[in-house]
Design a protein around this ligand. Structure first.
Ligand SMILES: Cc1ncc(COP(=O)(O)O)c(C=O)c1O
Length: 336
């Protein structure tokens, strides 16, 4: 695949319908654990869904003009990759405002896909709230004076982010489990994944338990947020009552399970999937029976430098795992 193929607008038809796999080495005969492998989306993460829904909604409202509009968004990674890939395919330019702490792998992918980057010295995860976050303020400062050119989707407030999961992730899980799901677990950034998916699932069966995962303070879990360090985004505040239980993931516990998933399941996952796994195991311990579904938001290919730094795998182990991993997708940027 090359830039020409990448630019084909029909790539968006490949968003969603990601596989749900059972984690056999962690399931028991009565408590089954399943992971929804979101890295099968064309740009490699759960965020393809929100990005595509936000762009579709802006097109519907006439806010975007092909070959003229510039989409600008503050993001620490996956939303930027998704917005950039989809925008390029559909004919929009992209500028991403990004904390300089984000991994080099992520920045390289964004540049390769054609985004212009504005780097700030923010924490890993953009903070929400007036005066607390440079990424969000800078994106607003650039876009506000030029509404004729710039469009800022603003994933922290945009209901299309919720709708993406209400209309796709939720129905997919319901169908893939034949309606036999007892617990839904996911990490939270903007809250789009949890509120959208959970609202759909609870409409089908109000007894399904919804478990939200936040990161510990001062975390290394890209995509997740700690809600004491950073206030809850508006999008999440609107529907936060949908959550039945909260789990706080630690860096250490998450990395331990990243390693366990590689060894036991041959899955090379991103840090937040380790967090979701930790929460699934804690939940499973208390149950006599159940079918748990967790969101594995992205894979581990963007995190080699982080895993090196944290001693998750040795170099040899990482490359062996990469070679032998099953269910490793090839996101579009891998071919550019
Ligand atoms: C890497 C990553 N990105 C995004 C998300 C979900 O984010 P949001 O709450 O913004 O839908 C998660 C959740 O697990 C994640 O791990």
């Amino acid at each position: 695949m090359n830039m020409t193929t990448l630019a084909r607008p029909d790539i968006v038809s490949q968003i969603g319908n990601t596989p749900l796999v059972e984690l056999n080495s962690f399931s028991t005969s009565s408590v089954k654990l399943f992971a929804k492998l979101e890295w099968y989306n064309p740009f490699g993460s759960v965020k393809d869904r929100a990005a595509y829904w936000m762009i579709k909604e802006a097109e519907r409202k006439g806010l975007l003009k092909k070959d003229k509009s510039v989409i600008i968004e503050p993001t620490s990674g996956n939303t930027g990759i998704a917005l950039t890939g989809i925008s390029q395919a559909l004919g929009y330019k992209v500028e991403i405002v990004i904390p300089d702490k984000v991994s080099d792998e992520t920045k390289k992918i964004l540049k390769r896909l054609g985004a212009t980057l504005h780097e700030t010295s923010d924490d890993l995860c953009p903070r929400v709230g007036a005066g607390t976050d440079q990424s969000i303020s800078l994106a607003k400062a650039i876009s506000k004076p030029r509404p004729d050119i710039y469009y800022m989707p603003n994933q922290y407030e945009n209901d299309a982010n919720f709708l993406a999961h209400y209309e796709s992730t939720g129905p997919e899980i319901w169908k893939q489990t034949n309606g036999d799901v007892t617990h839904f677990l996911t990490g939270c950034g903007t809250g789009g994944t949890i509120t959208g998916t959970a609202t759909f699932l609870k409409e089908k069966n109000e007894n399904i338990k919804i478990i939200a995962i936040q990161a510990q303070k001062n975390h290394l879990l890209q995509g997740l947020r700690n809600f004491e360090e950073s206030s809850m985004p508006d999008l999440f505040l609107r529907r936060q009552k949908i959550v039945d239980e909260w789990f706080t993931a630690t860096n250490e516990g998450s990395f331990r399970l990243v390693r366990a998933l590689a060894i036991k399941e041959r899955l090379l996952v991103g840090p937040s999937s380790g967090s979701v796994m930790a929460s699934m195991l804690k939940t499973a311990e208390k149950l006599e029976s159940g079918n748990l579904v967790g969101i594995f938001a992205d894979d581990g290919t963007k995190f080699k430098s982080l895993y090196d730094q944290q001693g998750v795998f040795t170099d040899t182990e990482y490359y062996n795992i990469l070679k032998n991993a099953k269910n490793l997708s090839k996101p579009v940027y891998a071919f550019v």
